[in-house]
Design a protein around this ligand. Sequence first.
Ligand code: FAD
Length: 416
Amino acid sequence: MSSSPQVLVVGGGPGGAAAAFWLARHGVDVTVVEKRRYPREKACGDGLTPRAVRQLIDMGFDFDRPDVHRVVGLRSYAGDVMLEMPWPEHSIYPNWGATLRRADLDGRVAALAEAEGASVLQGVEAVAVVDDRDLTAVELRRKGEEPEVVTPDYVVVADGSLSRFGRDLGAHRRRDYPFGLAVRGYWESPNSTDGYIESQLDIRDREGRAMPGYGWVFPMGDGTINVGAGLVSTFKGWKDINTSRILEAYLASLPGHWQIEKDPIARPIGGKLPMAFSVGPKTGRNWVLVGDAAGAVNPFNGEGIDYAYETGRLAAGFIAGALATGDPATLGAYDEALVAEYAAYHRVARIFVSAIGNPSVMRTLTTVGLRSRPLMEWVLKVMANLLEPEERGMAESVYGAIEKVVDLPGLRRIKA
Ligand SMILES: Cc1cc2nc3c(=O)[nH]c(=O)nc-3n(C[C@H](O)[C@H](O)[C@H](O)COP(=O)(O)OP(=O)(O)OC[C@H]3O[C@@H](n4cnc5c(N)ncnc54)[C@H](O)[C@@H]3O)c2cc1C
């Protein structure tokens, strides 16, 4: 890089690519550095909800390509009880979702940012140069070359769930907030063009004992399916079990329509899901955290791609504002915008995941809930964050009602 860009984006996943796209759209000189090279693997279910599809459409993503598989809704199982729910009609979001391998998705979104005017450098690792917790410069490292030091005006930290760069700036995760662990693999299946993504809320071991976790099958439309399992740190006994064992148990009881062979196409891989905006501070004098680096995953459903796009876009707006006004204090408004947009929702989500960590609450919700289509359609809307803007007021009281339902005696109180 011959000179420092106005904005450097660390990480070329969904959060970084979206931040770069929208910064370039605002006319800002922006460079993304991605330490790996596209197409790069990422442990992920590869599921895009209608919210994520909306963000991608806004960036000009081509959903008509043959490797994109559109899905019309969610099929949910709790044991043998099953319910199929189409994605709801919504004034902002489409009534369909999609699946696409992250190995293909992320490079393509980075290319959209590049077409918009951003520079995208692959195989470049960024390391923070910090002086007394103040980010003074960034060192860019390429294999076999001398490091290069740049001094951008602002840095977007989009380096994912482990966020080494963010930690070097003093960002840390709240231990009392939930986080998820999940693992996924690909299997061949004759049913890979199924129009529904599928989840299992009640996983049992060989002896029929309930395990703390959930499983999913996301059909990829290309002869393969993405099968995964996860758990949340609020689940009782989560420390005594690993996600591979949950995946094993889930695979053993997978619904017959998937017709999979025993062995996956490649060895399953896993990762962490930092949730409920658990990581902070989210801004410094000259930097902002987005996506997993900010802990942006939705605790209700483990969705993080969309929130990486949304927070990347939001951060881009505030950085463009700070550059235009010359006032770095403008960045602080990013924090406030996150609170305004997500705080109420995530507070309920945290209570919800605490409640379902209690196996008897989970059993009641899944067995009673899945027998009621209207209730479950509403739950799907809440869990995928697909309420209409005018329903938000209503949502506050509805969230209050959920709090009452799930706030059982003995449940650990959630701090606001
Ligand atoms: C098993 C599993 C299944 C999941 N399934 C889904 C799902 O189906 N749908 C969904 O919406 N979400 C899902 N998630 C969550 C989703 O994967 C993340 O929320 C999402 O990837 C966050 O995007 P990001 O851009 O913040 O981070 P990432 O996608 O992790 O991107 C960060 C990028 O930064 C790069 N990087 C890191 N450090 C540096 C550095 N120092 N310099 C340069 N580059 C760097 C990395 O190589 C990486 O490419 C799942 C997560 C897991 C673990």
